[in-house]
Write a protein that binds this ligand. Structure first.
Ligand code: GLU
Length: 510
């Protein structure tokens, strides 16, 4: 029987999740769901020196906001826990010892000071990046080169040690990456990585491989930056004699100009968020705005992220999370970096706002309207959202796009008002005002019919009437269908505004 598909998102809580991290979580989630599998959230916090307060909560809140729901994991529970590596500390030592017994790992006693002196010395001799490897280990303090007695003396005396992986020489490590095909590395380019540290904590490599095995992960989907670690992981699976998961290394997310990896600094420089939610750095106090707070809808954010590296092979661009699950496949993830495009990101948001039901939009913007002191009954709000949603890129723009439903016109497009107004039409407009005032059924269609009849009667064209109406009622020539706006505003408001607009138009002629 084939194994149940299980993927995991394994962030380290070293700061806020970058949008690249969210994309990794998304792809892991989509792949698992597409294949009726499980998606797991595991926090890799073995490097306590890099732990940042609040980062773990940030990860959990981000996934919640995005609608990426783990089947198991930190704060979700499950049969393979604990899901925080610092709580699994006791598990890893046993596996490091197994490797020692198998002869694939060894004790190293070099202190950090000794290692740094050694490195300086090597650099002095012309080796710019000295590595602890099959050649250099001969000159260093480890159980492969010290005598057995010496090793047990040091161990008994409680001298600090680490356990390192014994990297084989002259081997080619090959594995098949689901995105890149066959990838191969020469072991001579690799070093003897530390697996277990002197404080008894595993390093990323050991904990990652052990946990992926114990948590029965079938597919490791992660960022390209982890590709250089994979040969060691492949060797660890071999040493442990464990079934290896499939690997898929996702392409980088590139700066908008395509030159290099997208960083927080690019966001600061070019004015877009790189984090999903607001973040305040606990040590520097520096605050960064998130996509959520900037006015992005989670479904738009997710849709945009899905397209950073993947495409469905069709022209379709709008995909809900459910549709993404249905359509996603690793085969359609590209190898080359995906260029981030903030304009496109905004376009996605605009589409999602436009496609939301009025009910949803009223709910989403209720607090925003309230903040501006704009009050109206539910039906009016529904109508307003229907009228302005086409024009909003961000939710917070909706109340300001709709301000003229709540306040008098603040600013008139005087240039066009002057241009479109003809004093000789004064009497006609007087007549229009009076017909509007007599109109009992002040509904969009009835208003439209009245205005058209009026134009016919006075032989006036659209260009002579509609701009005056529009500018008088809303201040501008753009905006939603004017007759629908008039219906929402109601007769009294419209008559007053039209009167005021005509007066202004005449003044401008003078
Ligand atoms: N802890 C690693 C990170 O911070 C996980 C890499 C992996 O998925 O193996 O991204």
């Amino acid at each position: 029987m084939s194994r149940k598909i299980r993927t995991r998102f394994a962030p380290s809580p070293t700061g806020p999740l970058h949008m690249g991290g969210v994309r990794t979580a998304l792809y892991c989630y989509l792949f698992a769901k597409k294949n009726n599998g499980d998606f797991i959230l595991r926090v890799e916090d073995t490097d306590q020196t890099r732990f940042v307060k609040g980062a773990e909560e940030y990860i959990i809140e981000t996934l919640q906001w995005c609608g990426i729901k783990p089947n198991e994991g930190l704060s979700y529970g499950g049969d393979f826990g604990p899901y925080r590596q610092s709580e699994r500390k006791d598990i890893y030592a046993k596996y490091a010892m197994d490797l020692l017994e198998k002869g694939d790992a060894y004790y190293a006693f070099d202190t950090p000071e000794e290692l740094s002196a050694w490195r300086d010395n090597m650099k002095g001799q012309g080796n710019p990046s000295p590595k602890y490897d099959p050649i250099t280990r001969q000159y260093l303090k480890n159980s492969l080169h010290l005598s057995e007695d010496e090793v047990s003396r040091r161990l008994k005396a409680g001298e600090p040690w680490v356990i390192r992986y014994k990297m084989p020489r002259n081997e080619e490590v090959k594995f098949e990456d689901e995105i890149r095909g066959i990838v191969s590395f020469q072991t001579n380019q690799l070093d003897d990585k530390v697996l277990l540290k002197s404080d008894g904590m595993p390093t990323y490599h050991l904990a990652n491989v052990v946990d992926d095995h114990l948590m029965e992960i079938t597919h490791v989907i992660r960022g390209e930056e982890w590709l250089p670690s994979t040969p060691l992981h492949v060797l660890l699976y071999r040493s442990f004699e464990w079934q290896m998961p499939s690997f898929a290394h996702l392409p980088l997310i590139l700066k908008p100009d395509g030159k290099g990896k997208l960083s927080k600094r690019d966001g600061d420089r070019l004015g877009f968020p790189v984090f999903p939610l607001n973040w305040k750095d606990p040590s520097s106090g520096e605050a960064s705005i998130g996509y959520k707070e900037r006015g992005f809808l989670p479904d738009a954010f997710i849709n945009m992220l899905a397209f950073l590296g993947w495409n469905p092979g069709t022209e379709q661009e709008l995909f809900s999370l459910d549709k993404l699950i249905h359509t996603f496949s690793i085969e359609r993830v590209g190898k080359s970096g995906a260029r981030f495009d903030f304009e496109k990101t905004k376009w996605f948001n605009q589409q999602y706002i436009k496609n939301k039901s009025n009910e949803e939009l009223v709910q989403l913007t209720a607090a925003l309207f309230e903040k501006d002191g704009y009050q109206a009954d539910q039906d009016t709000l529904l109508n307003i959202c229907e009228l302005v949603k086409e024009r909003a890129t961000f939710l917070h723009e909706i109340p300001s796009l709709a301000y003229y439903f709540f306040e008098e016109v603040k600013e008139y497009d005087e240039k066009n008002l002057r241009k479109k107004w003809k004093n000789e039409n004064s009497d006609a407009f007087k007549q229009l005002l009076s017909s509007l005032s007599d109109l009992e059924d002040f509904k969009s269609e009835a208003i439209e019919k009245l205005v058209k009849d009026f134009m016919e009667k006075f032989s006036l064209g659209f260009g002579q009437v509609l701009p005056i109406l529009r500018i008088s009622i809303t201040g501008t020539m753009q905006g939603p269908p004017i007759f629908a706006v008039m219906q929402v505003l109601g007769k009294t408001n419209c008559l007053n505004r039209l009167q005021k607009g005509v007066t202004l138009a005449k003044e401008l002629q003078a």
